[in-house]
Design a protein. Structure first.
Lengths: 292, 418
């Protein structure tokens, strides 16, 4: 393999990781603050994709790009108010069962409304084409996708680091009881975080709808690698998740690049195993007292 | 985070009792009629997972077929009832087949798409001397080393797919001395297909410049597409299956690659999902909704009327399998599996909605019938979301033996376990 192709594969792998990031960040946030392992996160991604399909004929892809994630975020908020809220203080296994059930209900609902066969959706004409960066020719749509994802990550980081909202959320992750003792109710913050995290999953659904097959079980396809990313990255660590997403994308891409494509999925699980063996808290995982 | 959310044991018990009640009410198995004058057919196919979308067409078609059979007098004047289950995976498929045969006393089992589940059902069926008609599993091994006396195949074997579309590739000069790049689904079906396609290339003087196995849960093909662009093949060969094909086609178009594309395994629903402009290349099918024969036109009309969309090739499999069983039972006046099998092995002819009737080859129980190669229409020629390809004439042609596209004894031989 030429050095050029290797460089291309490395770059492409990193880009591939960015898609997991949108799912994994929300997953990590909801778990860090509420202690809920949201197995239904993939379902919200699927709902985002289906909404894009439904809304695009009326609003265009641009309109769907704005409307669909907001709709998914509102749905997430409603589910936080009615379901998640009941499980914050209970055994994690209960919330796990609840979100597992929720994922199945959502998938079956999509199947009943839209049918089991996959539905077609294409990149809008104004986003098609290739860009050449030197001799590296790449899909224009994916460059746009990267830009949007990077903006979201930066925005989320600023929100968490530079605003009073972010400070309360971070304090809530570390020590919810202390936050309560200071007279701050975490309840509205939890709703906002759920809306944010689930909205990001919806956004990933919108962005990937034009290039991935749209079918009711599409959420299952993305949820497992997203979990791997969260585990590798480490709980409560923003940059840990970012680094892990890029690493997972890179490993997967390189395995294909060097001719071991059959092992490309297995490799990311092996990576997870190694990280768990040597750094059980994940790459940059922080010590969170209540999870110890 | 609030006090009203704490979890109590009583709360859990209430929830569990509620859940048990709901699931009890929805269990269909208990409510089945036990009348003796009904003939039951078991239907097993994947309805979830990566083959689920195709299974859905299978279910729609078996319902339609049974409806039509009952409307025209059932089997030997008895009403036909179909029991349908999600086969899920090889283990579940086998235990469900067992239950259908032993508890529900089905006359036969029809269905399946996954080659792995097909094998486990066939083993159960053979052990219980009950007919099983495979409508969607392609692997040659099922007609070769894993063949079973009680298993028949309406679905074509991989060799038939390869030889059918291979003719189009040979005609277009894409084989002799040419470089192919193949992507293969990393499971039983893909491996079997890769073996057959390599044999085809060796026989016809072409070679592989690249050959990647793709995990079945892969959704992103960008890394493969970069390799393909670098390798500059004369033909990109797709031995993928299920949603993989749709994902590949969408991303191939996204990356603007223009090497000719062809596949050795295919389902129309996946091309519909890729959509116009994304769907490219030449692919083999057992049947498609644009066939002009009277049988196909009637089937397409009836299906479209009932479900508001045209049937795809998997629907054809279920439909003709059920019709073949009904016709045989009515002709021989018996629903006993050994007698039906005897009739099949005699080479009885059946209308399979094509220009020529089909028959089961006694040596491996494969249905001998015509196949087609479909070629994607350019985006500006596509008029609606369904009619996105043109079709070759039937393969083999009118003057040829139907068996010329099937695997020869040397390529794939079957000895039925006694």
């Amino acid at each position: 393999m030429s050095a050029m192709l290797l460089a291309q594969q490395i770059l492409n792998g990193l880009l591939d990781g960015v898609y997991y990031l949108l799912i994994a960040l929300g997953l990590s946030l909801i778990f860090s603050l509420g202690g809920i392992v949201n197995l239904a996160h993939g379902a919200f991604y699927a709902i985002g994709a289906y909404l894009t399909l439904v809304l695009s004929p009326y609003l265009g892809f641009g309109g769907a790009f704005v409307a669909a994630p907001i709709a998914v975020a509102l749905l997430g908020m409603a589910i936080e108010r009615t379901l998640f809220r009941r499980f914050y203080r209970s055994d994690p296994i209960l919330s796990l069962l609840m979100t597992f059930g929720l994922a199945m209900v959502a998938e079956q609902a999509l199947r009943m409304i839209f049918g089991a066969p996959p539905l077609s959706f294409s990149i809008p004409p104004w986003l098609r084409g290739q860009v050449a960066i030197g001799s590296f020719i790449y899909s224009f749509y994916r460059v746009v996708l990267l830009g949007i994802a990077a903006t979201c990550v930066a925005g989320l980081w600023l929100l968490l680091q530079k605003t009073s909202f972010g400070r309360v959320v971070r304090a809530g992750v570390q020590n919810p009881d202390m936050v309560g003792a200071l007279g701050i109710s975490l309840q509205p913050y939890m709703s906002a975080v759920a809306a944010l995290g689930i909205g990001l999953a919806g956004l990933a659904g919108v962005l990937l709808a034009p290039i991935y097959s749209i079918h009711p079980a599409m959420g299952q396809e993305i949820i497992t690698p997203a979990f791997v990313v969260v585990v590798i990255g480490g709980l409560g660590s923003f940059w840990g998740v970012v680094a892990a997403a890029l690493l997972v994308g890179l490993v997967k891409g390189l395995m294909v690049g060097i001719g071991y494509s059959a092992a490309s999925t297995a490799a990311i699980y092996l990576l997870m195993l190694l990280v768990l063996l040597f750094r059980p808290r994940g790459l940059f995982g922080e010590r969170i007292t209540r999870f110890e | 985070m609030s006090d009203n959310n704490h979890f109590t044991r009583r709360g859990l018990l209430k929830t569990a009792a509620g859940a048990a009640l709901v699931s009890g009410v929805s269990a269909p198995a208990i409510l089945r009629a036990q009348t003796a004058d009904v003939i039951r057919i078991g239907h097993l196919t994947p309805r979830t997972g990566f083959l689920g979308p195709l299974g859905e067409y299978a279910v729609m078609a078996i319902d339609l077929a049974v409806e039509e059979i009952n409307a025209s007098g059932g089997m030997m004047g008895r009403k036909v009832e179909v029991l349908k289950e999600d086969s899920v995976n090889p283990q579940t498929a086998s235990s469900k087949a067992e239950r259908m045969i032993e508890r529900d006393k089905v006359a036969c089992i029809i269905g399946e798409i996954s080659s792995a589940s097909c094998l486990t059902i066939a083993q159960v069926a053979s052990r219980n001397k009950t007919l099983f008609i495979n409508t969607g599993a392609n692997s040659d091994a099922l007609r070769g080393k894993d063949c079973q006396r009680y298993m028949f195949h309406v679905e074509s074997q991989n060799s038939m797919y390869v030889k059918t579309v291979g003719r189009s590739f040979l005609r277009d000069g894409l084989v002799k001395g040419k470089k192919w790049y193949s992507l293969t689904a990393d499971y039983a079906f893909g491996h079997d297909l890769l073996k057959v396609s390599k044999r085809f290339m060796e026989t016809n003087g072409g070679n592989f410049v690249g050959d990647d196995l793709v995990p079945t849960d892969a959704t992103d093909f960008s890394a493969y597409l970069l390799k393909i662009r670098e390798a500059k093949p004369d033909l990109v060969v797709i031995n993928l299956s299920g949603n993989q094909i749709t994902n590949f086609l969408k991303q191939y178009a996204e990356f603007g690659l223009t090497f000719p594309v062809g596949g050795f395994g295919f389902d129309t629903a996946l091309a519909w999902a890729a959509g116009k402009g994304n769907f490219v290349g030449t692919w083999p099918v057992v049947w498609h909704h644009l066939l002009e024969t009277p049988g196909s036109k009637a089937f397409v009309a009836a299906f479209t009327k009932k479900y508001s969309k045209p049937p795809e090739n998997q629907a054809w499999g279920e439909y003709v399998a059920a019709k073949i069983v009904a016709q045989t039972v009515n002709e021989i006046k018996s629903a006993e599996s050994p007698k039906i099998i005897e009739q099949f092995e005699k080479g009885a002819k059946y209308d399979v909605l094509k220009t020529r009737p089909g028959y089961f080859r006694a040596s491996d129980h494969q249905l001998m019938h015509e196949m087609y190669a479909v070629t994607a229409l350019p985006a500006d020629k596509v008029k609606n979301q369904w009619d996105i390809f043109t079709s070759s004439p039937p393969v083999p042609g009118p003057d040829e033996d139907l068996e010329v596209i099937a695997a020869t004894k040397e390529e794939n031989s079957c000895t039925f376990p006694s």
